[in-house]
Design a protein around this ligand. Structure first.
Ligand code: UTP
Length: 293
């Protein structure tokens, strides 16, 4: 039987420069979409996908993340005194969500470097990686679960793919691959290119921040040389992997928001608020009152 995917690594040690000054003293992953930090959406998706253990890779100002997923006794005591038991339950839900460990990435030397920092906590078993700024709203089965299902039926590492407009392609890692004959969402990958020029892009399928990996990736990351900006890129580690073993891409079902940049963050905020019973009708009325065309 194939080993289960029990652990997820969530890198949250980037500088978040696109959100300065908000990220001067707080991690980007703690920015709130509606009323939840974006990292909580990732942890909830992981739990709903059957993940048991969350490993967060932290950098500066990690304490806000630790506090968020911990029990807040003072807050709960004050709320209890005030008779706000529903809010006590709400706060508790977050700390009961998952078993979370933290590991420090001493310097922000890239996504591949951040994943490598979690090596000892992952150990010798398959694991998931989720980038919290890729917020995915899936109507049914969570995106990560869709990918775990592919891993469990094939035993091959799986990376998330999304069709993007060619004008935007050079912001992404891009794949070349063959579509699987049995499942049109699955691609057998042949090549990965990090941020290609539009004319050099091998397809319009971009790599998105969800991965199911096997522990052999760590050796590839150790051997990966730094790029022009001195960073170790996960995509470059995956390029070594693809030359050696079968690597799959999966076009997940769901809407993805790039909450790591301002426009994507705003779109996520508006869309998710519109879907809520407590906010949707009033927000819709407000947007209509703007008389936009
Ligand atoms: P980004 O590429 O969005 O970089 O990282 P960033 O530094 O967070 O943001 P900008 O580009 O300066 O605005 C994608 C994910 O990888 C993590 C980030 O925290 C984010 O979740 N990351 C990135 C690390 O954990 N360590 C790094 O060295 C780089």
């Amino acid at each position: 039987m194939r080993p289960k995917v029990r652990k997820v690594v969530i890198p949250a040690a980037g500088l978040g420069t696109r959100f300065l000054p908000a990220t001067k003293s707080m991690p980007k992953e703690m920015l709130c979409v509606v009323d939840k930090p974006i990292i909580q959406y990732a942890v909830e998706e992981a739990r709903a996908s059957g993940i048991e253990h969350v490993i967060i890779v932290t950098g500066r100002s990690k304490s806000s993340m630790e506090d968020h997923f911990d029990v807040s006794y003072e807050l709960e005591a004050t709320l209890r005194e005030r008779g706000k038991l529903d809010l006590v339950r709400e706060a508790r839900k977050v700390s009961d969500l998952a078993s979370v460990s933290y590991v420090r990435q001493k310097e922000p030397l890239g996504l591949g470097h951040a994943v490598l920092a979690a090596r000892d906590l992952v150990g010798n078993e398959p694991f998931a990686v989720m980038l919290p700024d890729d917020l995915i709203d899936a109507a049914g089965v969570p995106a990560l679960r869709q990918m775990i299902d592919v891993f469990e039926s094939t035993g091959d590492p799986v990376i998330a793919l999304l069709k993007v407009a060619m004008e935007e392609i050079s912001a992404y890692g891009v794949i070349r691959g063959d579509r699987d004959a049995k499942d049109a969402r699955v691609h057998v990958l042949k090549e990965l290119v990090e941020k290609p020029k539009r004319e050099d892009a091998p397809s319009d399928l971009a790599i998105i921040g969800r991965y199911i990996l096997t522990p052999d990736i760590f050796e590839d990351l150790v051997a990966t040389t730094r790029d022009k900006s001195g960073e170790i890129q996960l995509t470059n580690g995956l390029r070594a992997l693809v030359s050696r073993r079968r690597l799959l891409g999966y076009e997940f079902e769901g809407t993805r928001y790039d909450a790591g940049q301002k426009l994507g963050f705003l779109k996520a905020t508006v869309d998710l608020a519109l879907k809520r019973d407590d906010l949707g009708p009033a927000l819709r009325a407000h947007i209509q009152s703007l008389g936009l065309r």
